[in-house]
Design a protein around this ligand. Structure first.
Ligand SMILES: [Zn+2]
Ligand SMILES: [Zn+2]
Length: 368
């Protein structure tokens, strides 16, 4: 066994970059840029796997982009660089430019001053409000600019200077082996300012706990658990406000249930109503309607009230209301009622109940 065992799983450089062996310089560069953009530590903070993959791609590109090194690699494979323990760090200068360009591209957007925190809120609405839409006023507890110092963090009358550590950017460049990345400036906690005498009310932070009343629009047909984002309604920050994220919760309704855009409702009726038919008063989202119950309606039968449901969320049209009839059997009967029902039963016989009769016939056949 060799004392100098080398990693057996070192991947082929062409495979690492995902290019064919005959790839030209432009193709190599394009492949590497795409990988570097995807794996850059600014996009994958504290992800050792991404960092390893980034280093692997950088090494592959470093070798293949250099004609002399590429030729050696093509002839001898990874063995070409074994004696020197891998491609020399001096050659890394060649890709430094690309890194600089990439970093600007990747974190260009993030160099802006930090945005304030997002604020989350749960808002409970009634069944009807969720179905038909509403506008709700909500009090949002969130940090607001301090009134004493008008959000500057400095005691009124004292100076606010630019932070010398980060030059007012709120971020400092941080060199980590191959690449550099931006970190929040510790000296000013990302504000970019240096405060000589902190404001006593907010201890220099510029923000205090406060409350803001906002109108939140509930769109018709919204589903339970849906989230609405109100841009800029979160906590303030040097680079603008964060967002307010509102999660909508829908209260249970005493008579209605919901199935997507359809409203479900069960209406109990008496045995005589079910036998003789009746006109029922049925509640809907837009007030009660009269519904005809035909004679001989069986328990469990469902009636569809077209267009009496909920607007289809994010779509066209409306759902229906589905009315299920439940024939209710009397629970407590008086002596007189019992007598009358017994008489009725005799009178009705079995012919009036075809389903029961059919059941009894089949049962008899089964037992024979
Ligand atoms: Zn203050
Ligand atoms: Zn600073």
């Amino acid at each position: 066994m060799s004392l100098y065992a080398r990693p057996v799983s070192k991947r082929d450089y062409y495979e690492v970059l995902g290019v064919p062996r005959g790839a030209g310089p432009d193709e190599l560069k394009k492949a590497f840029r795409a990988l570097a953009r995807e794996l850059h530590p600014d996009r994958n903070p504290d992800d050792p796997a991404a960092e390893e993959a980034f280093k692997e791609a950088a090494e592959a590109y470093q070798v293949l982009s250099d004609p002399a090194q590429r030729e050696r690699y093509d002839r001898f494979g990874h063995a070409a660089f074994e004696a020197g323990g891998g491609p020399g760090p001096a050659d890394f200068g060649g890709i430094g430019e690309i890194f600089e360009g990439l970093i600007g591209e990747i974190i260009g957007g993030r160099r802006r001053k930090r945005q304030g925190e997002d604020v989350e809120l749960e808002l409970t609405v009634s069944f009807e409000e969720a179905a038909l839409g509403a506008e709700k006023r909500v009090a949002v507890a969130k940090p607001v600019p301090c009134a004493t110092c008008e959000g500057s963090g400095a005691k009124p009358g004292t100076a606010v200077r630019t932070c010398g550590q980060c030059d007012g950017k709120g971020e400092v460049r941080f060199q980590r082996r191959l690449f550099s990345t931006n970190r929040k400036c510790a000296a000013c906690n990302g504000s970019g300012k240096k405060i000589e005498t902190p404001c006593k009310t907010c201890r220099g932070g510029g923000l205090v706990e406060g409350e803001e009343t906002l109108a939140v629009r509930i769109p018709p047909g919204v589903e339970d658990g849906a989230t609405r984002t109100i841009r800029g309604a979160g906590a303030p920050g040097p680079g603008g406000n964060g967002d307010l994220l509102v999660t909508i919760r829908i209260e249970a309704h005493p008579l209605f249930q919901r199935d997507g855009a359809d409203v479900l409702c069960t209406v109990p009726v008496s045995f005589p109503q079910a036998v003789l038919g009746d006109t029922l008063e049925v509640p809907t989202l837009e007030g009660s309607v009269r519904m005809k119950l035909p004679p001989a309606t069986q328990s469990g039968r469902m009636f569809r009230l077209r267009g009496k449901g909920i607007p289809v969320y994010g779509g066209m049209g409306k759902g229906d209301q589905l009315v299920t009839i439940l024939v209710e059997v009397p629970e407590k009967v008086s002596r007189k009622q019992r007598k009358l029902i017994a008489e009725l039963a005799d009178e009705l016989g079995t012919e009036t109940h075809p389903q029961r009769q059919s059941f009894l016939t089949k049962l008899k056949e089964l037992l024979e």
